[in-house]
Design a protein around this ligand. Structure first.
Ligand code: DX5
Ligand code: ZN
Length: 224
């Protein structure tokens, strides 16, 4: 299926050579650049901000940049990332006082909005915002670090999300983030995901193309 999108998380890239790393992973066949923003407040780690996003655009990256905000508060970051060249912007509902307002700010800034669900975050946050969403990001690990194990309870949650999307009749992407690897990407897709974040599985290997090709080969066997 060509409708599956692979979004390497640059959290596991070599930050000393970030531009080259992003070029390399895109040349290797990635569709999207997943950009993890952590604030040492909403999550216990600190990463990169809008200046780094802008630097990647200036470096010549034209692929969509998928900004995953793990910050609290959320709203002040939205315009900064939109101006820095973000394509998609997602945030965690617990980190925003006014979820609908934050989604609308993302739309008004010209980006595509997503809502992110931690492993223990209930899906009821979707109840009244489906009309605003471009994607739903399901975390299959607790946010903050790369290289964690995929939590198996995620499969059931993905099926529930897929059902909600189908009921809405809308074309909303279901993104999965955390512990995605060659050996589970197919079952994750069969449970309902169509956009796959993978950090350590790709960047910890010497040849990114080999991993991405293996992921696509697995996805080609999906029974939807
Ligand atoms: C975790 C981040 C992920 C992380 C995934 O908080 O949101 O994007 O980089 O890394 P892996 O694929 O190594 O689990
Ligand atoms: Zn992420």
């Amino acid at each position: 299926m060509s409708d599956f999108l692979i979004a390497p998380s640059i959290l596991s890239a070599d930050f000393a050579r970030l531009g080259e790393e992003v070029d390399k992973v895109l040349e290797a066949g990635a569709d999207i650049v997943h950009f993890d923003v952590m604030d040492n407040h909403y999550v216990p780690n600190l990463t990169i901000g809008p200046m780094v996003c802008e630097a990647l655009r200036k470096h010549g990256v034209t692929a969509p940049i998928d900004v995953h905000l793990m910050v609290k508060p959320v709203d002040s970051m939205i315009d900064m990332f939109a101006q820095a060249g973000a394509s998609y912007i997602s945030f965690h509902p617990e980190a925003s006082e006014h979820v609908d307002r934050s989604l609308q700010l993302i739309i008004d800034a010209g980006c595509k909005p997503g809502l992110v669900f931690n492993p223990a975050t209930p899906l009821h946050y979707l109840d009244h915002v489906m009309d605003k969403l471009h994607h739903i990001l399901i975390m299959s690990v607790n946010p903050g670090f790369g290289g964690q194990q995929f939590l198996p309870t995620t499969y059931d949650k993905l099926r529930q999300v897929k059902q909600r999307v189908a009921q809405s009749g809308r074309n909303i992407r279901v993104e999965i983030d955390g512990g995605v690897k060659v050996d589970n990407i197919r079952s994750v897709a069969e449970a309902g995901a169509d956009m796959f974040v993978a950090g350590s599985a790709i960047f910890n290997q010497p040849d990114y193309k080999t991993v991405i090709d293996q992921m696509r080969a697995e996805l080609a066997q999906v029974n939807a």
